[in-house]
Design a protein around this ligand. Structure first.
Ligand SMILES: *[C@@H]1O[C@H](CO)[C@@H](O)[C@H](O)[C@H]1NC(C)=O
Ligand SMILES: *[C@@H]1O[C@H](CO)[C@@H](O)[C@H](O)[C@H]1NC(C)=O
Ligand SMILES: *[C@@H]1O[C@H](CO)[C@@H](O)[C@H](O)[C@H]1NC(C)=O
Ligand SMILES: *[C@@H]1O[C@H](CO)[C@@H](O)[C@H](O)[C@H]1NC(C)=O
Length: 234
C-alpha cells in the first residue's frame, strides 16, 4: 500500500516538475519588479508593495507606428516586464510589430514563451518549423483579424507579404520571452564560432562563412533595457 502510494507520489513529482517550464505562478497579488535590488532571484525582487502605484502597471504608446526605415523593414515596440514592472511574476508580454512593405522579422526563437499573433493591418506571411528530425514547416498568409500561434521555442518568422504597411499585435506567456535570432546567434556571435565548424555544418565554403561572419546582423528589437524597444536581457 505505502509503496504504491510512494510510487504514485514520485511519479506525480516527476511529471509535475516537467510542467513547470513556464513563468512561475505568483504567490501574492503582485510583485512589481525592483530593478535596483541586489537580490538575484528568478525574475526580479519585489518592490515594497506600499510604494506601488498604477504607473507600475502601465505603459503608453502602442498606438504609435514605429519607424520601419531600417535594414529589415521591421520595428518591434515592446511592453514586457522592462517597460511594465508590474508584469513581474505574471507571465505575460505584449508587443506591437510594424512592417514596411516587404519587411522581414527574421527566423528566431523565444526560449521562454509561446507566441500568439493577431494581424491588425496588412497581409503577413507567418510560419514555424517543428523540431528535428521532422523539420516540418507550418505556414500561412494572414489578413487583418487572423490569429496564428508559434509554439514555445520553435524557430519562426513573419514578413509583410503585401504592398502596403502592416501591423500586428503579439502576446507571449512570459514576462521576458527572450529572443534568439538564428542568423545573429550563429554568424554574429562574439567571439565568432569556428568557421571550419560552421562551413561543415552548413555545407558551405569557409569563405562564405567568413563573409557571413563579417556582416552586421540587425536586431529588430534592440537589446537596451532602458528604451521602449527591447526584449531585455537573457
Ligand atoms: C523603432 O521605432 C522607434 C520609434 O519610431 C525609433 O526610435 C527607433 O529608432 C526604431 N528602431 C529601428 C531599429 O528602426
Ligand atoms: C507606412 O508607414 C510609414 C511610417 O513608418 C509612413 O511614412 C508611410 O507613409 C506609410 N505608407 C503607407 C502606404 O501608408
Ligand atoms: C515525423 O516524421 C516521422 C518519420 O518520417 C513520421 O513517422 C511522423 O509521423 C512525423 N511526425 C509528425 C508530427 O509529422
Ligand atoms: C541604452 O539607452 C540609454 C538611454 O537611452 C543609453 O544611454 C545607452 O547608451 C544605451 N545603450 C546601448 C548599448 O545602446
Amino acid at each position: 500500500m505505502a509503496s504504491s502510494k510512494f510510487i504514485f507520489l514520485a511519479f506525480f513529482a516527476i511529471t509535475s516538475s516537467l510542467c513547470f517550464a513556464f513563468d512561475p505562478s505568483p504567490l501574492q497579488d503582485f510583485c512589481v519588479a525592483d530593478f535596483t535590488s541586489q537580490v538575484f532571484v528568478n525574475g526580479f525582487a519585489c518592490k515594497n508593495p506600499t510604494t506601488v502605484t498604477a504607473e507600475d502597471f502601465f505603459v503608453s504608446g502602442l498606438n504609435n507606428r514605429a519607424n520601419t526605415m531600417n535594414p529589415l523593414g521591421v520595428n518591434i515596440s515592446t511592453a514586457s516586464v522592462f517597460q511594465v514592472p508590474g508584469l513581474n511574476t505574471l507571465g505575460l508580454t505584449l508587443v506591437r510589430i510594424d512592417y514596411a512593405p516587404g519587411g522581414v522579422n527574421p527566423p528566431h526563437t523565444h526560449p521562454r514563451a509561446t507566441e500568439v499573433i493577431v494581424v491588425l493591418e496588412g497581409t503577413i506571411y507567418a510560419g514555424f518549423v517543428s523540431s528535428s528530425p521532422n523539420d516540418t514547416l507550418y505556414s500561412k498568409v494572414l489578413s487583418a483579424g487572423d490569429v496564428f500561434v508559434f509554439p514555445q521555442s520553435l524557430t519562426h518568422f513573419n514578413m509583410n507579404y503585401g504592398k502596403s504597411n502592416a501591423t500586428a499585435l503579439v502576446a507571449f506567456n512570459s514576462q521576458n520571452p527572450g529572443t534568439i535570432i538564428d542568423a545573429n546567434n550563429l554568424f554574429g556571435a562574439t567571439p565568432p564560432i569556428n568557421d571550419y565548424l560552421l562551413a561543415k555544418a552548413f555545407q558551405l565554403s569557409k569563405e562564405t562563412i567568413d563573409e557571413l561572419q563579417a556582416k552586421t546582423w540587425p536586431n529588430p528589437a534592440a537589446t537596451n533595457i532602458t528604451t521602449n524597444n527591447v526584449f531585455g536581457v537573457n
